[in-house]
Design a protein around this ligand. Structure first.
Ligand SMILES: *Cc1c(COP(=O)(O)O)cnc(C)c1O
Length: 239
C-alpha cells in the first residue's frame, strides 16, 4: 500500500507539473484548470489514496464498477463525475452517487436523468458530450451528440427539473477530419462552447484532454482535464 501511495504520488506530481507548465505556456492561471482523475478499473483503495494526496474530483465510466466504489468511498469528500456511455436503465443507480454526468448526449437520457434527480431530491450537473466527428443528427461511435445538435440538447437540459447545464465535454475523435489533430478538435469544442454560452452563460465548463493530450486541451481553453493512465498506470483491460 505504501508502495502504491508513493507511485500514485509521483505520477500525480508529474501530471500536476504538466498541467502547470501547460497553463504557464498558455498564459492561464493554474486555478482555471481542474484535474479530474479517471479511476476506472482501479480499486476503491486507490481512490482513497488519491483523496489523501489531495485529489477531489474522480471519474468513472461504468456503473457496475463505479457504484460499489463510490459507496466504499462515501466518507470522503469527493466530486464524482460519470464519463461513460450511459444506458437509461443505469440512470437511477448513477444518480445515486454522481455529482456530474459528462456524457449527456440525447434527449431520452435527459428525461431519465431528470426523473431520477427529482426522485433523489438533488441537482445533477450535466455536460453535453460532443462528438466532433458525428454527422448532423447522428451520435458518435463512442457516444456524443453531433455539433449541430448541441443547442437543442442544451435547451432540453435547461428545461429539465433537477438538472443543471454545466457545459461541454469531448473525447478527441479517432476518425474523421479531427483524427490525430487534438488541438484543432479542442479549439472547435471551445468555439462551440462560446456559442452555447451566448444562450447559457453559466454553462462554462469545458472538459477535454486525457493523459496523452492534456497540453492541447489546456492550450485550447479546457477548464477540466480527465486523466487516467498518467496517474494510475496502464489499465489492465479496456475500460
Ligand atoms: C478513460 C477515459 C479518460 C482517461 O483516459 P487516459 O488516456 O487514461 O488518461 C478520459 N475520458 C474518458 C471519457 C475516458 O473514458
Amino acid at each position: 500500500m505504501t508502495d502504491r501511495k508513493d507511485q500514485l504520488a509521483a505520477n500525480l506530481a508529474r501530471v500536476e507539473e504538466r498541467i502547470a507548465a501547460a497553463c504557464a505556456a498558455a498564459g492561464r492561471e493554474r486555478e482555471e484548470v481542474t484535474l479530474v482523475v479517471v479511476t476506472k478499473t482501479y480499486p476503491a483503495s486507490d481512490v482513497r489514496i488519491l483523496h489523501g494526496l489531495g485529489v477531489r474530483h474522480v471519474a468513472e465510466n461504468r456503473d457496475q464498477d463505479a457504484a460499489p466504489k463510490a459507496e466504499a468511498c462515501a466518507d470522503l469528500s469527493l466530486t464524482w463525475h460519470f464519463v461513460g456511455q450511459l444506458q437509461t436503465n443505469k440512470v437511477r443507480s448513477v444518480v445515486g452517487y454522481a455529482d456530474v454526468v459528462q456524457s449527456v448526449d440525447r434527449v431520452r437520457l435527459v428525461t431519465a436523468l431528470s426523473a431520477a434527480a427529482v426522485r433523489n431530491g438533488r441537482e445533477l450537473g450535466c455536460l453535453l458530450q460532443v462528438a466532433l466527428d458525428a454527422e448532423s443528427g447522428e451520435r458518435g461511435d463512442r457516444g456524443g451528440v453531433a455539433p449541430d445538435g448541441v443547442g437543442e440538447l442544451a435547451a432540453a437540459v435547461e428545461a429539465a427539473p433537477g438538472l443543471r447545464l454545466d457545459g461541454l465535454m469531448t473525447v478527441a475523435p479517432l476518425s474523421g477530419v479531427y483524427a490525430g489533430r487534438q488541438r484543432e478538435a479542442f479549439d472547435r469544442l471551445v468555439e462551440i462552447s462560446s456559442r452555447l454560452r451566448g444562450n447559457h452563460p453559466a454553462a462554462n465548463m469545458v472538459s477535454a484532454g486525457m493523459s496523452g493530450d492534456l497540453e492541447d486541451a489546456v492550450a485550447a481553453g479546457a477548464t477540466h482535464v480527465r486523466i487516467g493512465t498518467a496517474v494510475l498506470g496502464d489499465r489492465p483491460r479496456l475500460g
